[in-house]
Design a protein around this ligand. Structure first.
Ligand code: SF4
Length: 178
């Protein structure tokens, strides 16, 4: 795996809970209108500042991504009891949100512009303020990578990391733009 930035060392990423990572140019990010169609079936759709329609149209999301140079694509893998282990899937999701926080914290000591895209919606507040009031924690608002219209299976392929990581496991993906 390539070293993305001097302060995002392999050790610091693994310590944060990252399973695999890869670096791509933002021009390589695969957008797909079909992903946005799938978003409409998600409970977070129209219920979060991190998701559509709050994140804007897919072209807005693309332009936001293109205002950066690189994306560090990263994943975290969690064991499940079996493929129906809903509690395990939810626990993995919560753990992945902590991984995202830790990856983003690595950027804090370094000047630059960063945007972290995380898996699915934002669950920091019991009830999101969307659409009635501004986000309570805009500096910790990590938009949904799927909500941005990014085809994650193809993103993983471009970053040369695995999309599927064995039976009875779940893998979540994020992207750090810089
Ligand atoms: S931090 Fe709270 S208000 Fe902001 S997007 Fe997340 S849940 Fe909504």
């Amino acid at each position: 795996m390539k070293k993305p930035l001097s302060f995002l060392s392999r050790e610091s990423l693994l310590q944060a809970g990252v399973y695999q990572y890869g670096l791509i140019d933002v021009q390589e990010i695969p957008f797909s209108p079909e992903v946005r169609v799938m978003c409409t079936a998600c409970p977070s759709y129209n219920h979060s500042w991190a998701c559509p329609p709050a994140v804007g149209e897919i072209d807005d999301c693309r332009q936001t991504c293109l205002s950066y140079e690189k994306m560090l694509v990263f994943s975290a893998r969690y064991e499940l009891e079996d493929s129906f282990d809903y509690e395990g899937i939810q626990a993995g999701m919560r753990a992945f949100k902590e991984v995202c926080d830790k990856v983003f914290q690595l950027t804090h000591q370094h000047e630059g512009r960063y945007l972290l895209l995380s898996n699915e919606g934002c669950f920091r507040c019991k009830q999101c303020t969307w659409p009635n009031a501004p986000c309570r924690m805009p500096d910790r608002l990590f938009p949904s990578i799927e909500g941005y219209g990014i085809l994650v299976s193809e993103l993983a392929r471009k970053a040369k990391i695995s999309y599927v990581n064995g039976p009875n496991t779940v893998t979540y993906f994020g992207g750090l733009l810089f």
